[in-house]
Write a protein that binds this ligand. Structure first.
Ligand code: BG6
Length: 479
């Protein structure tokens, strides 16, 4: 018997992002966005960091977002499968460049607006609540060329216009919103997180924190607009979460772990508490950073804080001040974590730590005292299709089960959690690697790293498992 119960109306479901699922990258008037410039393979990581060779796709490269899993044309079939699993919510993102192809068009693109109208209608018809992120790793490329992306304050107002446009259009259909996906990602993969391209010798930190300020103001203005236009909606922030453990009880390690956590909490401190935290001021001073702010920014940030804290959790992280220990980093982790000897890792080197999920949820709730929404969690793994056409993804089931147990425990600890949308309920393109081989889904998609395959959908073993989890409101997790 489970030691916990999930609240009634808990939002069980899944999460995908436009750029990793839709494809149709130039269809119906859509403009080019950042992710459309990310190839698979070795170069991808370097480009995501801001070393961008070209602002148009290059001959001879394979760009997985261009076709992705063709959700744009197949969403009806996919939603039927989500409905069969009993989803209460599906988290999607709107591609900014479908609505404003250049990011600064005078009028929005009707074909783009209509696509999301149809998508939301289909979800609602199936009793699935749309949970919508305004910006999930995509900036219209024109805004990078013309303004240098989020380093320029102009984007604050263009984003506000975009946000107001979609709030007005979908006010009857969408009641859960989020502003920027994994807003802290801009410190680690600045092109992916904020469309930042760096010139040789640029002061990256200065540019990143200036861009962060602009996103924080834009986020607060979006919160304001959402509250005005859809008074019965909730709008949240979104953090790539995962607490940092000190490698030892050496106070140096403990202090460093606190600092590493603050690197991420900084964003949510502003979005949720409405002001720059004291430690940020010291950080700016120590690093000789001068952030340009307008006189009205303080009030904007203060008056328009988020309603809930959305977060992704895949792994905890570990940090050390010992030069020997830091030789042993986990591969694949953009947050720069040393290997934790107590924990196993996924095939991509991501630490697996269900207890860390409970710890992270408790810490976030202690810090912000606002409802939490787990909007991403899952295991990226290689799936084998048997000759009988089955995918027996027991490792994924095990990962999810153990995380759901800890989420239940966190709820018993008193943490208010409103929903759980696991990542990639249908296989989609991996954000960090661009691969299809790194799969998260309950539904298998026939497509490989080179873009070959029929795109046919197929249920994995985890499909029925998750269906039972939802049906029993988290009580039946299998033996
Ligand atoms: C989060 C992102 O970082 O993790 C998603 O919000 C991403 O876009 C997910 O896909 C899993 O990462 P990956 O690299 O395995 O796809």
């Amino acid at each position: 018997m489970a030691n916990y119960t999930f609240p009634n109306h808990f939002l069980w479901g899944g999460a995908i992002a436009a750029n990793q699922a839709e494809g149709a990258y130039l269809e119906d008037g859509k403009g080019l966005t950042t992710v459309d410039l990310l190839p698979t393979g070795e170069k991808r990581r370097d480009i995501m960091k801001g070393n961008v060779p070209s602002l148009i796709p290059l001959e001879g490269e394979f760009y997985p977002s261009h076709e992705a899993i063709d959700f744009y044309h197949r969403y009806i079939e996919d939603i039927a499968l989500f409905a069969e699993m009993g989803f209460k919510a599906l988290r999607v993102s709107i591609a900014w460049a479908r609505i404003f192809p250049t990011g600064e068009d005078k009028v929005p693109n009707e074909a783009g607006l209509k696509f999301y109208d149809d998508l939301f209608d289909e979800l609602i018809k199936n009793d699935i609540q749309p949970v919508v992120t305004l910006a999930h790793f995509d900036v219209p490329v024109n805004l990078i060329e013309k303004y240098g992306s989020w380093r320029n304050r102009k984007l604050v107002y263009l984003f506000e216009t975009y946000a107001k446009t979609v709030f007005t259009r979908y006010k009857e259909k969408v009641k859960y919103w989020m502003t920027f996906n994994e807003i802290n990602m801009l410190l680690h993969l600045p092109f992916l997180g904020a469309g930042l391209v760096f010139e040789e010798g640029a002061n990256k930190k200065q540019i990143q924190y200036q861009a962060a300020h602009h996103q924080l103001v834009a986020s607060a203005l979006a919160v304001k607009a959402c509250h005005e236009i859809i008074p019965d909606a909730k709008i949240g922030c979104m953090l790539a979460a995962g607490t940092f453990y000190p490698y030892t009880c050496n106070p140096e390690d403990v202090y460093q772990a606190m600092e590493r956590d603050r690197e991420s909490y900084f964003f949510i401190d502003v979005q949720s508490r409405g002001a720059y935290p004291a430690y940020a001021k010291r950080f700016f001073k120590d690093h000789h950073l001068t952030i340009e702010m307008e006189p009205e920014d303080e009030e904007i940030l203060k008056n328009h804080t988020v309603d809930y804290i959305g977060f992704s959790y895949y792994s905890s992280r570990t940090t050390s001040t010992d030069s020997e220990v830091i030789k042993n980093m986990t591969s694949g982790n953009v947050f720069g974590s040393v290997s934790n000897p107590y924990l196993k890792k996924s095939e991509w080197g991501w630490t697996i730590d269900p207890k860390g999920f409970r710890i992270t949820a408790n810490q976030l709730y202690d810090r912000y005292q606002k409802p939490l929404f787990v909007v991403e969690n899952g295991l990226g793994a290689v799936d084998e299709v048997t000759p009988e056409g089955e995918v027996n993804d027991d490792d994924r089931i095990d990962y999810l089960k153990r995380h759901i147990v800890e989420m239940g425990e966190a709820i018993q600890d008193g943490v208010e959690i409103i929903g759980y949308t696991s990542w990639g309920p249908i296989d989609i393109v991996s954000a960090s690697s661009g691969e299809m081989k790194k799969r998260y889904g309950y539904i298998y998609v026939d497509r490989d790293n080179e873009g070959k395959g029929s795109l046919k959908r197929m249920k994995k073993k985890s499909f029925n498992w998750y269906k039972n989890v939802i049906k029993s409101n988290g009580e039946n997790l299998g033996e």
